[in-house]
Design a protein around this ligand. Structure first.
Ligand SMILES: [Zn+2]
Length: 322
C-alpha cells in the first residue's frame, strides 16, 4: 500500500491527513499553529501533526510516498520554500519548508502549493465540483480566499490570481484588513466581522457573541461561535452576517460575470460550518448582480475541513495512476 501525507497550514491550525491511493483518509490530526518559535517552530509542529496522523493510520511516517503542504504566503515549489507568510508568526522572510520538514519526517519528497489553490483543486478533482471543468472556489474564513480552475486547468495568473476577498463591493467602503477600502473581505471576512462586532459593542450594542466566546474559552470569534449566536437569533450576529452574505453575493457574482464558471464552491471555516443553507443564501444574494440568466451552480465544499490537507496530498501523488 502506498500512502501519502497532506498538511494544511493555517494561521490558527495545522491539519494533517494520511491518505491511500484512492484518496481515502486513513488517519488525521489537528494541532494549533504555534504562536512563537517562528518558521522553525511551525514546521516542527507540522511534522508532529503529520506523525500523529500517520500513527492514527497505522503507517510509519518514513514509509509515506511523500508529503504535500498547502501553505499561505509566497510559494517556490522548486526551491521548497515559503516566504512572506504574514499571517504566520515571524514569517516575513523565506524558510526551507521542504528540506526541514522532509528531514523531520524522513522523506525526501515534499511538495508545496498555495493553500487555497490546493483546496480548490481537491474540490475540483474529488469533491463538490467533480463534474465541472471551470470552477471558482471561495474560501470564507478569517479572510476570503479564492481559487480558479478554467477549462480543467488551474489559473494562477502571474502567481497572484484568485484574491476574491479583495474585489470591491463598495466604493470608499469599510476599511479592509489589507488596508484598502470597500473590499468584500471588509464585510465578509471573520477577522473584519469580529472587529466590527467589537466596535458595535463599544458603542453600546448588545450581543451574545463575546459571552459565548468566553464560555467556550476562546480568545476570538470562531466560526462555531458565529453559528451558535446565529442559531440563538442574536441581533448583532444576524446583522453582520446579513452584510457578509450581501457582500459575498455582490463579489462572487461580479467574479462570475467575468469568468462565467460552471460552479462556485463555498468552503473555508465559515463556509463549511454554516453549510448548505448559507450556500443557498449566497446564491440568492448573487442573483441580482449576475449579468447572464444562467447562474452557476453554488455548492458547499464536499471535503469539509479536511479539503485543504487532502488537496495537499494530491501534490505528491505518484506519476503512475493508481
Ligand atoms: Zn482588501
Amino acid at each position: 500500500m502506498s500512502a501519502r501525507g497532506g498538511i494544511d497550514l493555517g494561521g490558527t491550525k495545522i491539519q494533517a491527513v494520511v491518505v491511500d491511493e484512492g484518496h481515502n483518509v486513513l488517519g488525521d490530526a489537528r494541532h494549533p499553529t504555534p504562536v512563537d518559535g517562528g518558521p522553525a517552530g511551525v514546521v516542527a509542529e507540522m511534522a508532529e501533526t503529520l506523525k500523529e496522523a500517520a500513527a492514527a493510520a497505522g503507517v510509519e511516517p518514513a514509509a509515506l510516498t511523500g508529503v504535500g503542504v498547502g501553505s499561505p504566503g509566497v510559494i517556490d515549489d522548486q526551491a521548497g520554500t515559503v516566504s512572506q507568510a504574514r499571517n504566520l508568526p515571524d514569517w516575513a522572510g523565506s524558510f526551507e519548508v521542504a528540506k526541514v520538514l522532509g528531514e523531520a519526517i524522513g522523506t525526501d519528497r515534499v511538495g508545496i502549493g498555495n493553500d487555497v489553490s490546493v483546496a480548490t483543486n481537491a474540490e475540483f478533482e474529488l469533491g463538490a465540483a467533480k463534474e465541472f471543468q471551470s470552477i471558482l472556489g471561495v474560501f470564507w474564513g478569517t479572510g476570503v480566499g479564492g481559487g480558479i480552475i478554467l477549462g480543467g486547468e488551474r489559473w494562477d495568473g502571474r502567481g497572484a490570481a484568485g484574491e476574491i476577498g479583495h474585489v470591491v463591493v463598495k466604493m470608499d467602503g469599510r476599511e479592509c484588513p489589507c488596508g484598502r477600502n470597500g473590499c468584500m473581505e471588509a464585510y465578509a471576512g471573520r477577522r473584519a466581522m469580529e472587529e466590527r462586532a467589537r466596535h458595535k459593542v463599544d458603542k453600546g450594542q448588545k450581543t451574545q457573541l463575546f459571552k459565548i466566546m468566553e464560555e467556550r474559552g476562546r480568545d476570538r470569534l470562531t466560526s462555531g461561535i458565529w453559528a451558535r449566536a446565529l442559531d440563538a437569533g442574536d441581533e448583532l450576529a444576524t446583522e453582520l452576517m446579513d452584510d457578509a452574505v450581501r457582500a459575498l453575493g455582490a463579489g462572487v457574482a461580479s467574479a462570475c460575470n467575468v469568468l462565467d464558471v460552471e460552479c462556485v464552491v463555498i468552503g473555508g471555516g465559515l463556509g463549511v460550518r454554516l453549510g448548505e443553507p448559507y450556500a443557498e443564501r449566497i446564491a440568492a444574494a448573487m442573483r441580482p448582480h449576475l449579468f447572464f440568466e444562467r447562474a452557476p451552480v453554488v455548492r458547499t465544499a464536499a471535503l469539509g475541513d479536511l479539503g485543504g490537507a487532502i488537496g495537499a496530498a494530491l501534490l505528491v501523488r505518484s506519476s503512475v495512476p493508481a
